[in-house]
Design a binder for this molecule. Structure first.
Ligand code: NAP
Length: 282
């Protein structure tokens, strides 16, 4: 089941839905990614050095019959490698771990503004793109002020910004900021990582019942209709299928507004990971 595409500001395209891979690792993880690609039709695989599963992603790429050029492999630069030289080396090491010679997409995982090296890291991604190591460069968890600094100081606008977004924290202002800069928003933890009860929410359940769909499908549809790429994680074959099977129905304006109305603002974040405070130095 192939899904539709978003056009990016660098001329490339991405599918509307990709596979998140947190906690998908080891032999079971390889099988799960191969199933997602071969049996369910996923093409975009979202990984990160921090997920400790770039090996499993690489093994799945080698095992699948789907040609490399049809896959979109995306990873992320960890906080320990924001120095220019370390960033270039990290990108190379990530490629070696996965066993591929270029990334289709590569993001700075967190801005870490207290460390204040994200512009240097961005310059490394710009150069790695020129060296042919990455096709599309982007960021993750960048707020308006971080995006503006990147653009002002390097003249290069990220193609995507992957941010926390689910019905209890819809991050609407940042989605708008991204749009203003021509940056595609990618939504992480669309189901609130199942830490919150968003998949049990009565408003979402009622909308789901109306279309004979699941709450998960309604949340994915809400993202797609808002022009947001979404990367649900699932290692279940049935859930993976369900999460792509969102093209036979359309939410109304009232449905979209009702879901927007569930936003709780800052307290709605799943694990209180504010990008100005959250530190990851893996
Ligand atoms: N850039 C960042 O800083 C950042 C941060 C967090 C996450 N991410 C990315 O975003 C991806 C998704 O976020 P996430 O893994 O935190 O959580 P998530 O996608 O919100 O939730 C995953 C949970 O939902 C379950 N699930 C999946 N499909 C379902 C369905 N159709 N019905 C019911 N339950 C379903 C999964 O269980 P099963 O596996 O059993 O289906 C799993 O327990 C990550 O895997 C990662 O790639 C990026």
């Amino acid at each position: 089941m192939l899904n539709r595409k978003y056009d990016l500001n660098d001329g490339s395209t991405l599918p509307e839905i990709g596979l998140g891979t947190v906690n998908i690792r080891g032999a079971k993880g390889v099988n799960s990614i191969v199933t997602a690609i071969e049996e369910n039709g996923y093409r975009l695989i979202d990984t990160s050095t921090n997920y400790n599963n770039e090996g499993a992603v690489g093994e799945a790429i080698r095992r699948t019959d789907v040609p490399r050029e049809q896959l979109i492999i995306s990873s992320k630069l960890p906080g320990s490698a924001h120095d220019y030289d370390k960033a270039i080396t990290m990108i190379q090491e990530s490629l070696y771990r996965i066993g591929i010679d270029y990334f289709d997409k590569y993001l700075i995982h967190w801005p870490l503004p207290k460390q204040d090296k994200y512009v240097e890291a961005w310059q490394a991604l710009i150069d790695a793109q020129k060296f042919g190591l990455i096709k599309t460069i982007g960021v993750s968890n960048f707020l308006a002020e971080h995006l503006e600094r990147l653009i002002d100081e390097t003249g290069v606008t990220p193609a995507t910004n992957q941010i926390e977004r689910h019905p209890y924290f819809n991050n609407k202002e940042l989605v708008e900021t991204n749009k203003k800069h021509g940056i595609l928003t990618e939504a992480w933890s669309p189901f609130g990582r199942k830490i919150n009860d968003v998949l049990e929410n009565p408003v979402i359940k009622e909308i789901a019942d109306k279309y004979a769909k699941s709450p998960a499908q309604v949340i994915i549809r809400w993202n797609v209709q808002n022009g947001v790429l979404v990367i649900p994680k699932s290692d279940s074959k049935a859930h993976q299928w369900e999460n792509l099977d969102v093209y036979g129905f359309e939410l109304t304006e009232e449905d979209l507004e009702a879901i927007d109305g569930l936003d709780k603002g800052e307290p709605g974040r799943v694990e209180d990971q504010h990008p100005n405070e959250y530190e990851e130095y893996v």
